[in-house]
Design a binder for this molecule. Structure first.
Ligand SMILES: [Zn+2]
Length: 210
């Protein structure tokens, strides 16, 4: 596994270099890519059980190595109750298939922390597109919740994150090389070092059976 970009929606030029989020499918036929399948909080509807059945089939595919993006959005999407039901169902799938979760969280970190404590999942959760400050980041780390950084981020957090927890993403906008070189400048290191670290981290997070 050689993933640099932990969250995107477009197939990378170099197959296998990104975790591509496909929602509830369909699964692209291209070989050599890694995918993440899940029900986005914006897309949750009353009849989301049907989508969960589709999701379950996708998760059985070895090219699908994570569940997501799923989570909570306080500004957009259906009611909180419905978002929570869909999220908890996906936590169950994540545990069943032993695949970690990639989370979309807008203004509701408390729900994620509360459910992490309550459900005690064994699989890692990673909040993508994190823009919070170091204090919030450390609160999440204390609960075993990881974060990833894109082009828009809080530089103090990106500076403070320990190397073994560093994850970067494009979310489908621009090349990952840009995010890597920005992070290298900020952390006063080389892009090669960053590249090595994030590949190690993504492999550890997503390798089947780990
Ligand atoms: Zn996204």
């Amino acid at each position: 596994m050689n993933i640099l970009d932990i969250h995107t929606h477009v197939l990378p030029e170099e197959p296998g270099s990104a975790l591509v989020c496909i929602g509830c499918g369909p699964l692209p036929r291209e070989e050599g890519h890694w995918f993440c399948a899940g029900l986005h909080p914006w897309d949750v509807t009353e009849g989301f059980d049907n989508q969960l059945n589709v999701l379950e089939k996708l998760l059985a595919n070895p090219q699908v190595v994570a569940v997501g993006e799923c989570g909570f959005d306080a500004l957009k999407g259906p009611s909180y109750e419905l978002q929570e039901q869909a999220f908890v169902s996906q936590v169950q799938l994540s545990e069943q298939f032993r695949k970690p979760m990639i989370l979309h969280v807008v203004r509701d970190f408390d729900s994620v922390i509360r459910l992490r404590k309550q459900l005690k999942p064994t699989q890692p959760w990673l909040i993508h597109g994190f823009r919070g400050g170091p204090e919030q980041m450390n609160q999440l780390y204390a609960q075993g919740i990881l974060v990833s950084f894109g082009l828009k981020h809080n530089p103090e957090s990106l500076k403070a994150v320990p190397s073994e927890r560093l994850f970067l993403e494009t979310d489908g906008v621009g090349p990952i090389s840009q995010v890597i070189s920005d992070a290298a400048t900020l952390r006063v290191t080389s892009p090669e070092t960053i590249q090595y670290q994030i590949t190690q981290n993504t492999t550890q997070l997503l390798s089947p059976g780990s």
